[in-house]
Ligand binder design. Sequence first.
Ligand code: ATP
Ligand code: DNN
Ligand code: MG
Length: 484
Amino acid sequence: MCGADIVNAAGLSDIAQRFDEASGYDTAARIQKRCAMELADRIRRIFCGKSPKRILEFGCGTGFLTAELVRLFPHAEIVATDIAPGMIRRAQSRLHVPNVRFEVMDAQRPKPDGRFDLICSSLCLQWFTDRALGLARLASQLSAAGRLMVTTLARGSFDEWRKACDTERVPCGFPTYPEPDALASDWPVNGHGKWDVVDLRDTPADGMTFLRELRDIGATTPALHSRSAGIALRRVIRRFDSTMSGVTYKIAFGDFERHIPKGVFVTGTDTGVGKTLTSACLVRAWHANYWKPLQTGLAEEDGDAPTVRSLARLSDNRMSPSAYALQAPLSPLAAAEMERITIDPARFSLPSCSDTTPLVVEGAGGLLVPVTDDWMLIDLIALYGMPVVLVARSGLGTINHTLLSIEALRARAIPIAGVVLNGAPNPGNRAMIERFGHVRILAEIPLLPSLTAEVIDERAQFMPPPDSIFGPDATLSTSNSEIA
Ligand SMILES: Nc1ncnc2c1ncn2[C@@H]1O[C@H](COP(=O)(O)OP(=O)(O)OP(=O)(O)O)[C@@H](O)[C@H]1O
Ligand SMILES: C[C@H](N)[C@H](N)CCCCCC(=O)O
Ligand SMILES: [Mg+2]
């Protein structure tokens, strides 16, 4: 049950309130139970004997799937969430096990909570108002090869009811559920997903029972029970009862696996801090490809890609065009608004890269730079999951900026490869950042007399070897305690 929309006096969204009041859920939810069991069996087969360490379930309802997860993975840490507090209370009353933590959460805005090896949900996704964005946010919390496994309603669900409504020329009141192709296009860009649709038949006693049971599970939509629909509804029920023998649920089973490409995301404590310079050095040192997904300020400059191409002597086939190339020297959101463009953050597919050719991605400005009304640059970094190279000035003021940036990255469990200090060497600041940031200083770039390809050739020799970032003994900083 998900989907923050209109919020009532109790602070519950409209959808949350309906599920909060769905008192008869368990008895009416025959299909929900069958879906949860089938999804659990698919999860069992995918993990075949191995147990995910951390599991996030969203839209847990009264805990059908949660109970199966506990049975399958008794030693996993399970975080079971739902947008409706009433559902959480019922699930908690059903499941008293130490390895399950129940939380009220809107799955469309999942709160950062580390990495999960499995994120799963049964019959909740259909309540998302923006499925692609919601899935991208959830997939950002998957571990390196983590799985996102869900069920949702697909086109053709309740067609028997729709036909009765069409015959009686009455609006059917159900949303138009997506075709499998539409579902497929909503998979996040940080991995590979597939869907398959299974028909589940349900045989409620009659049309009135069908509607009442939908209400009992909180799954109805306002149009079905508005006053004015009363008379017309009785005609539809008569039509349904006289022509139909049951209801089909087209259940789409989704299975998505995260893939973290071999590369780094170069971000900084600020704009103008040396991200492009560092990117050019890394590209040169690693023979890497380069991408600048979000470029602004083209009214005043050529942009970072041409700069990296020239400084790192990069051929065109080693670069990809920016997803958005904007004129104003502003944040991507502000620059896009000036051009009446809406940035779609869930569709930034990474350019191809390979194990032999890593990818260097450069951000725009610092971490909390707005890209859309509810998507920051740091969310893009979390989505890709690549280790971060944080570029910071070397001089006074950098300790605060750098530790704040590290704190923001840690809060989202984004791995940090290390910090590049740019400017006149400052051993004191370096020591403070290492000591309080628990990060490696990957390189120090002094003030350079000029920026040429020859200077970059020379500086590239001081960059860390790729194996120290991507190899089996890579030391990425993932927590304040130590360099993992
Ligand atoms: N160590 C250095 N020595 C000399 N010039 C430098 C040095 N570092 C950066 N610069 C210059 O400072 C300016 C900003 O550097 P750069 O473009 O790399 O910053 P950035 O973080 O990529 O900025 P943006 O946020 O716009 O992408 C550039 O003109 C660059 O040539
Ligand atoms: C224009 C500039 N060079 C970058 N491309 C964009 C920097 C955005 C910074 C937003 C901010 O933190 O105030
Ligand atoms: Mg730059």
